[in-house]
Design a protein around this ligand. Structure first.
Ligand code: FES
Length: 108
């Protein structure tokens, strides 16, 4: 069963950047894509070398698709559907995000 979990205050997440939150044993990367006024959440684990780093990745757009680049080897992932945009056979988990009363909620 899925639930909306309050994970952070909006002010905790850098603008045009990300931060990691923990939900039980899950590490989730929250991204404040403030340039486009959108929020995203993905697993924090980069599937390439199994590093917990995606929240520290650079976010941007690839042909209008929001993406994050892993800070280690720059593999990039769609923030919308988790697909790998750099040509490898990886997929990351994405989660719905909503903002209410200046708080960030993730559906897990
Ligand atoms: S660990 Fe993320 S690209 Fe290598």
């Amino acid at each position: 069963m899925k639930n909306w979990i309050k994970v952070a205050a909006v002010s905790d997440i850098p603008t045009n950047g990300g931060a990691c939150v923990k939900v039980a044993d899950l590490q989730i990367a929250i991204f404040n894509f403030s340039k486009e006024n959108r929020w995203f959440a993905t697993q924090n684990l980069c599937p390439h070398k199994k590093e917990m780093v995606l929240s520290r990745g650079l976010i941007g757009s690839d042909q209008n698709r929001p993406k994050v680049a892993c800070p280690f080897h720059k593999k990039t992932f769609s923030l919308e559907d988790g697909s790998c945009l750099s040509g490898e056979d990886y997929t990351i988990q994405t989660y719905p995000v909503k903002i209410e009363n200046e708080m960030v909620f993730v559906e897990v």
